[in-house]
Write a protein that binds this ligand. Structure first.
Ligand code: NAP
Ligand code: 12T
Length: 338
């Protein structure tokens, strides 16, 4: 079996850390692993395949001899270093929003549009979608194929780990402070996140939506290669550490019953139906954390319209929402193209 020289850019971050774990858990054929971060991380190391791998500082010459680069160190670093890596002969799987809407860069969720990977040679970059988009389209795909989708209305309940290590620390520090009767210090988010819900993820755009909401709208159309799907989104940060939850309302083109949706999703790749209201069983963020699947429950007909379905979709935002999806892309790349 062939094996590959891999680099993880942003290795010390919430996503990078999960990428290292995912490569090991899935036995990705790694010939050599290079871990890259900022100067702040010099001296750190991670264990991989029973060896300790030191973190190196990301530099322009970091990509000599690297075949696959998994990037999650922020958009501006991807803008600068992805083209440098490609020039050195590396294929980049980018987790940031920098290239997602570039028409020459495939935006891929393996359960939905794996065929798009074939277009990677144009720029040498494959984009990983936003975490909230990924889990939604995994759950929409079987319905889209069966009866068509006219419109989606989604509201999200997003975990702080999506923002990175500093936000995980902020929620725990604020919670501990408030429980001890002290004041909560606000650094990462515009307002206190402990015991609160923030209807703002990322910055606002001119139309009054946030960037996170516009990512869900635009990325969904690109992944399905269908500009006719109407999507509207409200994205909300909640005081949860791991796992994004979503209320998804779907207007289908042809009629489909709730039972038919359950049957379709039960055999869909990457999906687990968790839906037994009589026993109070439905997907929960605390159960999805650390898992690979996208969990779907509360599947029911929207009785306010002729062709409507409601469902509740939960996944681990750092796994299927980021690291796992990126490693799955790398697996297809390795098996079919490298
Ligand atoms: P994080 O925990 O804050 O980690 C950031 C990582 O980037 C760290 O490894 C950090 O290294 C590194 N970094 C920062 N500045 C650097 C520099 N100048 N040179 C080299 N490395 C640098 O954030 P995260 O949650 O892992 O997210 C990282 C990025 O991934 C985000 O900006 C976002 O674009 C993307 N992301 C995508 C999804 C998705 O939806 N698919 C989800 C979450 C995040 P140090 O430890 O040395 O500072
Ligand atoms: N602001 O990759 O804060 O576009 O949860 C992912 C997660 C941006 C992204 C977050 C964000 C992205 C967040």
């Amino acid at each position: 079996m062939k094996s590959y020289r891999v680099a993880v850019v942003g290795a010390t971050g919430a996503v990078g850390n999960e990428i290292i774990k995912t490569l090991a858990q899935r036995n990705f054929p790694v010939a050599s692993l290079k871990l890259l971060a900022s100067e702040r991380s010099l001296g750190k190391s991670f264990s991989f395949q029973d060896k300790s791998v030191p973190v190196e500082v990301l530099r322009e010459d970091s990509f000599k001899d690297v075949q696959i680069g998994l990037f999650s160190a922020g958009g501006s670093l991807s803008e600068k270093f992805a083209p440098i890596a490609v020039k050195a002969g590396c294929v980049v799987v980018d987790n940031t929003s920098a290239y997602r809407m570039d028409p020459d860069v495939p935006l891929v969720v393996p359960e939905v549009n794996p065929e798009a990977i074939a277009r990677y040679p144009k720029k040498g970059i494959i984009a990983n979608p936003n975490c909230s988009t990924i889990q939604m389209v995994v759950a929409l795909k079987p319905i889209y194929d069966a009866v068509g989708i006219k419109r989606v209305v989604v509201s999200t309940y997003q975990a702080v780990s999506g923002t990175g290590m500093k936000a995980i620390e902020e929620l725990s520090r604020q919670t501990r402070a408030l429980m001890a009767g002290e004041d909560a210090v606000v650094n990462v988010y515009p307002h206190r996140i402990a015991f609160n819900c923030l209807p703002q993820i990322d910055v606002f755009t001119e139309n009054g939506y946030t960037k996170e909401e516009m990512k869900m709208i635009n990325e969904t159309k690109k992944i399905f290669n269908d500009d006719a799907i109407a999507v509207t989104a409200t994205t909300v940060r909640v005081p949860v550490f791991y796992g994004h939850s979503e209320s998804v309302n779907i207007e289908t083109i042809k009629k489909i019953t709730a039972q038919e949706v359950k049957d379709l999703l039960a055999k869909a790749p990457g999906v687990r139906v968790v839906d037994d209201p009589a026993s109070r069983v439905y997907p929960l963020a605390i159960d999805a954390a650390g898992q690979d699947e996208t969990f779907v429950g509360r599947i029911r007909e929207d009785e306010s319209i002729a062709h409507g379905i409601n469902m509740w979709v939960v996944a681990d935002n750092l796994r299927k929402g980021a690291a796992l999806n990126a490693v799955q892309i790398a697996e297809i790349l390795a098996q079919k193209y490298l």
